[in-house]
Design a protein around this ligand. Structure first.
Ligand code: HEC
Ligand code: CU
Length: 354
């Protein structure tokens, strides 16, 4: 990923400058290692994409206006409470009773109305700018389909489908390459939310929604299904991998290829192809054409399995096949009751799907 490359570059440069201080190089290396498994968390106050940026600036404006109202109202309240508190020398007579004042009532009607109108117009402007944006010809098209409890990402122009980890190119303002996402659902309501990239948009059965992102920096952006969709809603995570155009093209080229056929794992492939796995999963180039679960053609290009619920290691894959509920209780993949040897073989087969 680009970010790591630049980090690596500045690390080596700094390392050379103080060539004798091997220590520094070691420190640099550990920073680099730490940077890899620690992707940018979902922070709405650190936007890295055009729609998220507009929303962030609007939220600062709304916060400033409502913050000013809070300060004025609270100051007046504190002033009134202190100034007109009960004192020892109070006589018990009633204060003068006043009814009505046109000026005051006009002021506290008109000023709030003006504030609400200003907030409305500011929000309407941002909504219009995002919803009705004209996307340039270089726009990448992706269709995201929400499933209980994972994401399918279809690249209609390239003709392949992947799962859970969305790859998009970084957008250069001089030659913008935003990504347009068509949102659909296979079952119930979901919501696509990657806070650093854009606002939330729901995925609703029998309805097509749209959104777009335009990331300015490479990196991994985390998100989450933001609409309760069932038991494992909390483990329906999103990872958006924003790459340099070159890395993105390489990734596309690999995803378009059918699955690798490695002779040494023929036994695992046989088990996979003769078990119900093929009714739910697709592995391009084999008889597995199921659509109920994630496409596994390039499973090993993903860093996580089960929609971010576990890292994609041999150990976790094995555990997942043996007992999906151990990782994601209530997930819609059944434990297939394979023997230990069959599980080992299938795991070895899946590990070759790069
Ligand atoms: C009834 C349909 C069904 C069958 C049969 C099935 N799976 Fe799955 N599988 C799923 C679903 C659904 C998911 C997604 C679960 C989730 O993330 O919530 C999944 C997820 C996976 C994943 C993780 C993929 C990813 O990228 O997250 C792997 C690996 C996997 N299955 C392998 C297998 C193997 C191997 C078999 C056969 C032994 C098998 N599956 C049988 C439905 C099925
Ligand atoms: Cu969901």
């Amino acid at each position: 990923m680009g970010e790591e490359h630049t980090l690596a570059l500045s690390c080596t440069r700094r390392g050379w400058l103080v060539a004798k201080q091997a220590l520094l190089v070691a420190v640099c290396e550990s920073t680099l290692r730490a940077a890899t498994p620690n992707p940018a968390p979902g922070n709405i106050f650190a936007p890295a994409s055009t729609p998220a940026d507009s929303i962030y600036h609007l939220s600062l404006f709304v916060l400033a206006v409502t913050g000013a109202i809070f300060v004025v109202v609270f100051s007046l309240l504190v002033y009134a409470v202190l100034k007109f508190r009960r004192r020892a020398d109070d006589d018990s007579s009633e204060p003068p009773q006043i009814y009505g004042s046109n000026q005051v009532e006009l002021a506290w009607t008109v000023i709030p109305v003006v504030i609400v109108v200003v907030l409305f117009l500011a929000a309407a402007r941002v909504i219009h700018a995002i919803e009705d944006a004209k996307l340039p010809p270089g726009t990448v098209e992706v269709t995201a389909i929400g499933h209980q409890f994972w994401w399918a990402f279809q690249y209609p122009r390239q003709g392949f489908i992947t799962a859970n980890e969305l790859h998009v190119p970084v957008s250069d303002p001089k030659n913008p390459t935003p990504t347009h996402i068509t949102l659909m659902s296979a079952d119930t309501n979901h919501s696509f939310w990657v806070p650093k990239l854009a606002g939330k948009t729901d995925l609703i059965p029998n309805r097509v929604n749209n959104m777009w992102i335009e990331p300015h920096e490479t990196g991994v952006y985390l998100g989450q299904c933001a609409q309760y969709c069932g038991t494992q809603h909390a483990k329906m995570l999103l990872r958006v991998i924003v790459e340099t155009p070159e890395d993105f093209e390489k990734w596309l080229a690999n995803q378009k290829r059918p699955a690798m056929d490695v002779v040494s794992v023929a036994e695992g492939r046989r088990v996979f192809e003769t078990t119900a796995c093929v009714d739910c999963h697709t592995v391009a180039g084999t008889n597995a054409r199921g659509k109920f679960g994630p496409d596994l053609t390039h499973l090993m290009t993903r860093a996580t399995i089960a929609s971010g619920a576990a890292t994609n290691t041999q150990e976790n894959l094995r555990l997942w096949i043996k007992e999906p509920d151990a990782i994601k209780p209530g997930s819609l993949m059944p434990a297939m009751q394979l023997s230990e040897q069959e599980i080992d073989a299938v795991t070895a087969y899946l590990m070759t799907l790069h």
